[in-house]
Design a protein around this ligand. Structure first.
Ligand SMILES: [Zn+2]
Length: 159
């Protein structure tokens, strides 16, 4: 059995008049993330970590933001497609660990819903999907509420 580790990071700007999708869940807030797709920063970081572990490039290679097919797409579909790509290479997910960095809103009460959405769309148990959250103590663009960041690490094993 072989193991592969992968890391992903993603950034999005926040703006009024956009929906805020995080971990596949719509979060009520005054601002949302700007992007070609639904701009789900957490799912994008997880997709990049999965692709990285399988040495398959990044999310921009597979789902380019110049392609109209991905305009406003639900990133849960991108996660499903990414899991298909790594499965085709002979890998299965051992676990996912992630951290969301944002100043507001507080997302603690949404974490179990996000774990469920990620588990359902990645075909794994919720017990192997970890989501943590932090602020940047008011520092930088996250602290100024201009944007948000997500980091993800995944472990894959050969089927
Ligand atoms: Zn993104």
């Amino acid at each position: 059995m072989a193991f592969r580790i992968g890391f992903g990071v993603d950034f999005h700007q926040l703006a009024e008049g956009r929906e805020l999708w995080l971990g596949g869940v719509l979060i009520p807030h005054t601002k949302g993330a700007i992007g070609h797709s639904d701009a789900d920063v957490l799912l994008h970081a997880i997709c990049d970590a999965l692709l990285g572990a399988a040495c398959l490039g990044d999310i921009g290679v597979h789902f380019p933001d110049t392609d109209a097919a991905y305009k406003n797409i639900d990133s849960k579909i991108l996660l499903q497609k990414t899991v298909d790509l790594i499965s085709n290479e002979g890998y299965t997910i051992v676990n996912i660990d992630s951290t969301l960095c944002l100043e507001e809103p507080k997302i603690k009460t949404y974490i179990s819903k996000m774990q469920e959405a990620i588990a359902d769309n990645a075909g794994v148990s919720q017990k192997v999907v970890s989501i943590k959250a932090t602020t940047t103590e008011l520092m930088g663009f996250v602290g100024r509420k201009e944007g948000l960041v997500a980091y993800a690490t995944v472990l894959l094993e050969t089927i």
